[in-house]
Ligand binder design. Structure first.
Ligand code: ADP
Ligand code: ZN
Ligand code: ZN
Length: 689
């Protein structure tokens, strides 16, 4: 790959009075840009390598933001750009997107761009790309299958949805496509994308996690054998990610299908954005730049004047609220509903099993055990859902009260009997399982509570002839293992699946007819106000796994709160009833989406340092009645990886007021003196508290 080199730029421009100055964004934790001497022919959006830092020969990739006639810095202090990477300049709308994200999330522009750029470009390298001079539309891509499958005939609701999306072409139109799993949402996306390709446009489709992509990827590739499809997720290697980015940038790619980072793909011919499973928490990045890919996607659709389709069976309450909270066409978003299932005649029967008066056998009610046996006899599959991995959440000594705590986190070490370890799920710390109590020497120490491994073991004892597969982040810790597990389920090599929410995600298991929810009550009363929303969505999704083919499905929910409105709404398949009730509660309590929030978090070796920083931050916060400032408090998980953490919540009923406040506040925060080991960050629209 040939690179334009500007090693001589320095000497050439040394003596000239009007050196062009390149103002660039660099990945440093400071909210400012940097000036370098360059060449007038380097337009904004160009990627350059610049010397940075004290060490000789240390370079960073930077993005040219503007070309200036003068710099505030003295001319002899300006260093010269070392090299211009041989890639087309990033387009103005890409720069504007990054600038929006930088302002909205109060994060340095260079940091936003470093994250948005693919790995090789960040390192100043270029991948090898196959030569391609022909028209991209007449050449099938390398991945195209040989067989091109017939698309089903849409039924009226789907037709209407596709027509509405087509009618919105060329205008910013946010559309919430609400329909249960199997109601044909993906089919609607595919038709809408087809229409975009026919108009020579590009489509961007965001999906929550890698776990979802293989099946969907296959379906998209099969449907559009002549399109160039770029997939972008953590399973794609650095060079492939970088090639995909460049293909999107020069317009070669027709469809970009990927996880949250794909929202930053440059797309010159963009005509449609689809966000599948828009409610999924994984769209929000939880470290570094804490952005929501869904919200950035909405901004992007607005910026480019294109429709955006947000699809979900259980929309985020924020999204549902924007779509009029159940009143058709009552909100800023259009609401389109798909009310029938594609394949199964009826949705699964959801039944609530009251466990208050029953002595459970290894966590299972007689009713659930019978239901599993019945499926075994019929050669059908059952799924037991327990959203806690490991064998048991804690090891404890009944004699002295010792419990297996993590010394780095304010959390317990989880018992992993399969590999004889105690393991912290927050920091990864591991120890062997002690034989005796480390405090009093008692021999009789026990695992307390139940995780998927324990359920797997006890189910195995109860049904010795059954083939049991456990599916959680331990058993499916690599994409290959996950694929192998999915293949085994599909091939009918399992009778009973024991798993966490991993199993809830968009997978079709034709022989699965029973879902047993072993225990989910804890989320009903969790301190996090979003816990019920998550629980409803998880149970709805996991329930949707059953009975997708020609066999009717059944869902059994074990609970000690059989009359809880959340479970009743589930039994009625009534998302709108649940969401409307939740929104009413949130409005009364003053929670999002009725207020907008941001968290300032600080972490240090000592909790007091973190709290002290936040207290000072509160004092220097700009005045303003529209923004409520709460007191600094330790986080619930107040110690993690040997760092102690605290946070301060600010909120406002006005988004602009909060944004203005945050911008001013952040500027001040950067000037505060802090202890050496203290780190702070802002989380705008936080999901986790
Ligand atoms: P969702 O994305 O809402 O879960 P899908 O689009 O995946 O739903 O549809 C579920 C199943 O029904 C898929 O196998 C799909 O091919 C099939 N399907 C969707 N629409 C139709 C239709 N109009 N006629 C027949 N089958 C359909
Ligand atoms: Zn003890
Ligand atoms: Zn830990």
């Amino acid at each position: 790959m040939q690179l334009a080199r500007f090693n001589e730029v320095e000497s050439r421009y040394m003596s000239q009075a009007f050196d062009p100055v390149l103002r660039v964004a660099l990945d440093v934790p400071l909210p400012r840009l940097f000036d370098y001497r360059g060449d007038g022919a380097t337009p904004p959006g160009s990627l350059v390598r610049v010397p940075f830092g004290r060490a000789a020969g240390s370079f960073k990739t930077a993005v040219v933001i503007s070309v200036e006639a003068h710099s505030e810095q003295p001319a002899d202090k300006l260093k010269a750009v070392a090299e211009v990477l041989a890639v087309p300049p990033l387009p103005a709308d890409w720069l504007a997107l990054c600038q929006f994200v930088s302002r909205y999330y109060q994060y340095p522009l260079g940091g936003v761009m470093a994250m948005a750029l693919p790995p090789l470009l960040r390192q100043g390298k270029l991948p090898r790309r196959p030569k391609d001079k022909g028209d991209k539309r007449d050449k099938p891509s390398a991945t195209a299958p040989t067989a091109v499958p017939l698309a089903p005939t849409l039924w009226p609701e789907q037709e209407a949805a596709v027509a509405a999306i087509a009618a919105a072409a060329g205008s910013f139109t946010p559309i919430l496509l609400h329909g249960i799993t199997g109601s044909g949402k993906t089919e609607v996306y595919l038709r809408a994308i087809d229409a975009v390709l026919a108009r020579n446009g590009q489509a961007l489709m965001l999906v929550p996690e890698i776990a979802l992509t293989p099946q969907l990827e296959g379906r998209v590739i099969a449907r559009f054998p002549n399109a160039r499809i770029v997939t972008a997720h953590s399973g794609v290697a650095d060079a492939g990610r970088t090639r995909g980015f460049l293909d999107a940038l020069d317009g070669r790619a027709d469809i970009v299908l990927g996880t949250r980072l794909s929202v930053f793909m440059p797309l010159p011919r963009l005509q449609l954005i689809v966000v599948d499973e828009e409610h999924d928490g994984s769209f929000k990045q939880q470290e570094g730049l804490r952005y929501s890919a869904r919200d950035v996607a909405i901004f992007r659709a607005k910026q480019r004047g294109v429709p955006i389709v947000l699809g979900s069976a259980t929309p985020a309450l924020e999204t549902f609220h924007h779509a009029g909270g159940g009143i058709k066409n009552g909100g800023r978003f259009r609401l389109i509903e798909l009310t029938r299932r594609a394949v199964a005649e009826a949705p699964p029967q959801v039944r609530i099993v009251d466990t208050r008066r029953e002595k459970l056998q290894d966590g299972m009610s007689a009713r659930l055990i019978d239901a599993v046996s019945e499926r075994l006899q019929k050669g059908e599959q059952s799924l037991l859902f327990l959203n806690r991995r490991g064998y048991a959440p804690v090891l404890a000594c009944p004699a002295c009260g010792w419990i297996s705590g993590c010394r780095r986190c304010a959390a317990n070490l989880v018992v992993h009997l399969a590999d004889q370890r105690l393991r912290c799920h927050h920091c990864g710390l591991e120890t062997a399982i002690p034989r005796t109590c480390p405090t009093c020497g008692n021999l009789d120490i026990h695992p307390f509570g139940r995780g998927t491994q324990r359920l797997e073991a006890t189910i195995g004892e109860r049904f010795p002839a059954a083939r049991i597969l456990r599916i959680d982040r331990d058993s499916a810790n690599t994409p290959a293992k996950w694929q192998a597990l999915l293949a085994a389920i599909h091939a009918g090599e399992a009778d009973i699946l024991v798993g966490t929410q991993m199993l809830a995600k968009g997978h079709d298991f034709p022989k699965l007819t029973l879902v047993g929810v072993v225990g989910a009550d804890a989320a009903l009363f969790a301190a996090d106000f979003r816990a019920p929303e998550r629980l409803f969505s998880q149970l709805m999704q996991v329930g949707g796994r059953s009975g997708r083919a020609d066999l009717p499905g059944e869902v059994l929910i074990q609970t000690e709160y059989p009359a809880h409105p959340l479970y009743l709404a589930l039994a009625d398949h009534d998302y709108a009833a649940f969401a409307t009730a939740q929104l009413k509660e949130r409005e009364q309590a003053g929670f999002p989406p009725f207020v907008f929030q941001a968290l300032l978090r600080a972490e240090a070796k000592q909790l007091d340092d973190a709290l002290d920083f936040l207290a000072r931050a509160r004092v220097v916060a700009p005045a303003g009645e529209q923004v409520m400032r709460y007191d600094p408090v330790p986080m619930r998980l107040y110690r993690k990886m040997a760092l102690e953490r605290a946070q301060l919540l600010v909120e406002s009923a006005s988004r602009p007021a909060l944004q203005a406040f945050l911008t001013e506040w952040t500027t001040t925060l950067y000037t505060l003196k802090t202890p050496r080991d203290l780190r702070w960050h802002l989380d705008v629209d936080p999901l986790e508290f």
